[in-house]
Design a protein around this ligand. Structure first.
Ligand SMILES: [Zn+2]
Ligand SMILES: [Zn+2]
Length: 424
């Protein structure tokens, strides 16, 4: 047993299910994220198990389910402190409520555990250090979604940083990740969802999106934008408020609750002025009466869920897909075997549904750093001793590790779930 060990409980050679345990002298540990993935039948896949009594604290990088979905499990038999930013804590209630509604049958916890988790919550701002047993912890802006954090841990004489999901560019909602705080890091655990690809510049994607929306509306059509309820929906609302404020824009689904939480936490929103403007000029769908009306005239409808696995977006697709005048603009990542991916690849929700006549387009609004952004993060660590790649498909992670070795002479580890990494 080494003094300091990292246990990869999830997110090893896979995107999502982030879960890392940092153990000191075998009797005290911190949990960095405890997320969930879904298999092809939508059954939740939990991370590996840990002994909850040893855990001195759970730190959540951000509110996406692949980072927080399994945290309530720890509260079945224990009550460790739950540390995250205020928006992450507030939004987690709704994300987990929704998760229980959709997948409760498979989950070894209930709403009570979610409540215990929220009762144990300790909201922290960026750049404040807190003590948890032998560990000192600091949250740093990760630029991924509002409230997202990189987690910096000072332990013994080492500095560890786990990026969570990270983005290095400016968007309407987020400033770039604060990589000035990476300088003294010795152990870097980095996500690499897009380890070997770069995204097109954001301004170009934004311009193309605005142009296409205008085109459809000018022809008398309606645009449906199925979108993740945390982050992407509000980003699209900001874009429309800035460039096309005169349009009829509706928003529907969990987007609404999350928008309210973001407006309560303006210091975590980069262009909160645009988000406020969007909330005041655009229309919130309040129920079925609004919903039935929204798609009948030329308008833009932003609705969850982003991959069309449920939520009001599925209703709107059925209503608008028959007409060539209308359009479905996908602005979020579409996982395999989801209705969203089927729409892009086969032009239909699934084999049981008719072909879609409406115009279909996908826009690369990513909230993850591309290859060059990840390199900037790695280069920022001037005292790097251990580099560990997580939250990445196996092929991508190995290709990135190989690239780093050949071009920068940096050795990176690509662990499997279940691996222990001992820090000398
Ligand atoms: Zn993630
Ligand atoms: Zn995320």
């Amino acid at each position: 047993m080494g003094d300091l060990e990292l246990h990869i409980l999830g997110g090893g050679r896979e995107v999502g299910r982030a879960a890392i345990e940092v153990t000191y002298r075998d009797n005290s540990s911190l949990l960095l994220d405890y997320g969930v993935n879904f298999d092809e039948n939508d059954v939740p896949q939990l991370p590996l198990h840990i002994r909850p009594l040893k855990v001195k604290g759970i730190i959540a990088s951000h509110v996406h389910l692949d980072h927080i979905g399994s945290i309530p499990l720890l509260y079945v038999s224990s009550s460790p402190v739950f540390v995250a930013t205020k928006p992450t804590i507030q939004m987690s209630r709704y994300m987990l409520e929704d998760f229980l509604k959709l997948s409760g049958y498979y989950l070894p916890f209930e709403y009570n555990e979610v409540l215990s988790m929220l009762e144990s919550a300790d909201a922290k701002d960026y750049n404040n250090t807190i003590e948890l047993d032998d560990f000192q912890v600091e949250l740093i802006d990760a630029g991924h979604i509002p409230g997202s954090a990189m987690i910096k841990v000072y332990i013994k004489n080492k500095v560890l940083l786990y990026t969570g999901d990270v983005n290095t560019i400016e968007t309407k909602l987020t400033k770039p990740a604060d990589i000035s705080k990476i300088k003294d890091v010795n152990i870097l655990l980095i996500e690499a969802t897009y380890g070997m690809t770069n995204h097109p510049p954001r301004e170009i994607v934004e311009k193309a999106f605005i142009y296409s929306v205008k085109e459809v509306i000018d022809e008398g059509g309606t645009v449906l934008v199925p979108s993740f309820s945390v982050g992407r929906s509000q980003e699209i609302l900001c874009l429309l408020a800035e460039h096309l404020p005169y349009l009829d824009v509706y928003y529907d689904g969990m987007v609404r609750t999350i928008l309210d939480i973001m407006l309560e936490n303006k210091k975590f929103i980069y262009r909160s002025d645009l988000l406020e403007k969007a909330a005041s000029i655009f229309k919130r769908v309040r129920g079925w009466r609004d919903r039935r009306k929204a798609w009948r005239n030329p308008s833009v409808i932003i609705a969850s869920a982003g991959m069309l696995k449920g939520g009001p977006s599925l209703y709107y697709v059925k209503k608008i897909s028959d007409s060539k005048k209308n359009a479905i603009f996908l602005v979020s990542y579409q996982a395999e075997n989801t209705p969203g991916r089927n729409i892009i690849e086969k032009g239909r929700i699934s084999d049981e549904y008719p072909l879609i006549n409406a115009r279909i387009e996908w826009f690369d609004f990513s909230s993850h750093a591309g290859h060059n952004g990840l390199l900037n993060i790695i280069r920022a660590a001037k005292n790097l001793e251990h580099l560990i790649i997580v939250h990445s498909e196996e092929e991508t992670a190995l290709a990135l590790a190989n690239y780093l070795k050949e071009t920068l002479g940096i050795e990176a580890l690509v662990p499997n779930n279940g691996d222990t990494i001992t820090i000398a």
